[in-house]
Design a binder for this molecule. Sequence first.
Ligand code: SAH
Length: 271
Amino acid sequence: MAQRPGFPIKLDKTSPAKRSATLSAQSSASKPAAAPVTKPLPSAKPAATAPVSPQGLGMDSSAVRQRMVQKLAAQGLKDPMVLQAMGTVERHRFVESALVTQAYEDTSLPIGLGQTISKPNVVARMIELLREGADGKLGRVLEIGTGCGYQAAVLSHIATEVYSIERLKGLHEKARANLRHFRLANVHLLFGDGMLGYAKGAPYAAIISAAGGENVPQPWLDQLAVGGRLVAPTVTASGQQALMVVDKTPQGFKQSVLEAVHFVPLKSGIS
Ligand code: SAH
C-alpha cells in the first residue's frame, strides 16, 4: 500500500537548540500538513524487527486476547473502555518473533536496547488510573517512553490525541515501524527527551510515564491541564519505585502514592 506523503516529517522549524523533540506523524495529523519532508520515505520492508505472524500463536490471536482481558478483569481491572482497548490491540505485533507466544501472558518482555514492554496488567492499571472519573475519551495524552509503541496504541483507543516521546532513536524508529500497520491517525511519535515533556501539545488531559524517575519533572506538572491527571512510576522515600498519581486541581496539586512497581529508569537526554 502507498505510504502517506509527508512521512516522516519535522514539525518544528526552529533551531535544533530550541527544539526539544521532533515529531513524525503516524498519519495525516492536522498540524504538520505544511511542514517539509526532511527525509526520504522509509521503505515498507517487512522489518527485521517485525514478528507479525499470528500463526506463531497457534490460534486466532483475538481469542487469546479475549482470554487475556478476562484475566485482567479477574485481577480487578474494570474500566470497559480500557478492557476493550486491551482486547483490540494486537500485542504480538510489538514483540520479536521468538517472543510471540508469550505476547498475551501477563509478563513484561524485552524490546531491545535494554528496555521492556510493561506487562498487560500494569499497562491496563495505569491507563485505568488515568481515566478514573473521566467520561468518555480523554483529550490529548502525553506518553513518556514510547518503547515499542504498544501502550501508545492502547492509548489511541481511549484518547482523542496521543503524543508519545522516546529518547532512544532505535526504539522511536521501531515503534514507528510497528505502528505503521495500525494506521492510527491520532498517534504522534516524537523523538526527544521526555523529561522536558512536549510543550507544543500542552495542556494535556493526562500524562503517563513508562519510565521511573527520582521525582516528577516540573515540565510535566506545567504541561498538565487543570483537571488533568499524571501517572508515573517514581522513586519514593524508601528507595523503591511506586506508582505516583498527581491531579492538577484549581486549588493546586494533589498527590498519591500507590503500589510498588518496577520500571526501567527515566533518563535525560537522547541517544
Ligand atoms: N510504553 C512502552 C514501554 C517502554 S519502556 C511500550 O509499550 O513498549 C520505557 C521507555 O522509556 C524506554 O524505551 C526508554 O528508552 C524510555 N525513556 C526513558 N527515559 C526517557 C525520557 N527521558 N524520554 C523519553 N523516553 C524515555
